[in-house]
Design a protein around this ligand. Structure first.
Ligand SMILES: [Ca+2]
Ligand SMILES: [Ca+2]
Length: 127
């Protein structure tokens, strides 16, 4: 079963949703533990299935993350199920404005009152 979550960029340690696997077995064999890949940007609570961001995500780097969550029962010979989470990162206006040129040199004539000196172009990555 696919999961779809959304999270704003730039927030670490925020719960974004929950995964749930069911196991009809009784007792030990019915106890499920959830796991995510170690190198993931996310972490999952092994017992509750709550998924949260391990680190702040950057929309400008990656807009969607596909993460496979594994559910494993506690049997000596564990049964394993996987589900894919699609996590959409929401854009926030978090980029610094950058000048299109590193420095500007302008010569202003003396007594040039009211003269338009230079037009500086500032752009945002978010635009
Ligand atoms: Ca960003
Ligand atoms: Ca942004």
């Amino acid at each position: 079963m696919p999961y779809q979550f959304k999270i704003r960029e730039g927030i670490a340690g925020r719960v974004i949703g929950k995964v749930e696997a069911r196991d009809a077995d009784e007792g030990r064999n019915g106890q499920i533990r959830y796991e995510l890949p170690i190198e993931s940007h996310f972490e999952v609570d092994a017992l509750t299935g709550e998924v949260s961001t391990r680190m702040a995500l950057d929309y400008e780097k990656q807009q969607v993350h596909y993460v496979v969550v594994t559910a494993k029962d506690n049997a000596p010979d564990p049964r394993i199920a996987t589900a894919t989470m699609t996590i959409a990162v929401e854009d926030v206006m978090d980029e610094m404005p950058v000048f299109s040129q590193f420095s500007y040199e302008v010569n202003v004539p003396e007594n040039a009152r009211g003269l338009k000196i230079i037009q500086v172009q500032v752009s945002f990555y978010n635009v």
